[in-house]
Design a protein around this ligand. Sequence first.
Ligand SMILES: C[S@@+](CC[C@H](N)C(=O)[O-])C[C@H]1O[C@@H](n2cnc3c(N)ncnc32)[C@H](O)[C@@H]1O
Length: 272
Amino acid sequence: MKSTENDKFVEILLADVLEVYGYDFTGYSRASLKRRMIRLYELDGFVSFAEFRYRIRTDSGYFKRFMEQITINVTEMFRDPEFFQTLRKDILPRLGTYPFIRIWIAGCSTGEEAYSVAIFLKELNLLHKSLIYATDINPTVLETAAQAIIPMSKIKMYTENYIEAGGSEQFSEYYTANYSLGKLKDDLKSNIIFSTHNLVSDNSFNEFQLIMCRNVLIYFDRPLQSKVFNLFDSSLEKFGYLALGTKETLDFSSVSKNFERHTTGKIWRKTQ
Ligand SMILES: C[S@@+](CC[C@H](N)C(=O)[O-])C[C@H]1O[C@@H](n2cnc3c(N)ncnc32)[C@H](O)[C@@H]1O
């Protein structure tokens, strides 16, 4: 198939998905969308675009799979340990001066980021007065997140990340191992609310002192990024923090004037 043909098919599928399921992916960057759609098409052995299109439009079970491929769900605990080190040493202790801490983790995938934050809040004796709203567009990843299960095959990496990020306990204290799976301790979950929220179409739902949205906006085009930055700006308290992924920046957005960059990492503080 010619590339221009593929481009056309991508647009048709995006229009279908919006019309049939109400999800608007038209502001996602095309290169990645195209790659992932072609991959799925080939992986599932479709023989024509018409067949692929028909399946997506008519089979909601298959749409779930489509959605999983389009919204990349890769994550890990204490991802980018340097970022978590700044969070632990600097940002969370400052938030600790508030009587109550509200954190929004947007695009939380299967919850590893939320549990990592909960662990550090606990170590700083702040978990009891914190509420973490962990949201994602994809309900399937949220079901996994609520189970608080991590594969034991990842424990070595997570332990290393945890130590590098400045964790003060034994990481093994936070889970119980059962053959190939580890179950995170229940108290970590008690202050996390997992819920669906679509950054493209849903509104602000609270005022936060910290919003983390890491490795999500990288898949959005500039206008959509701008829209989401506006949403974050209106969802942050004055002096609240916004944390982005290593390849993301607030610099080109119209709300950047309301923020100042923190000395380390991709963290901005709202100053007005
Ligand atoms: C690569 S993961 C990042 C997970 C985690 N934040 C991290 O950095 O490890 C991107 C997540 O963003 C979610 N996502 C994509 N589009 C979204 C949208 N419009 N609204 C909310 N979440 C979205 C995906 O479902 C996926 O779970």
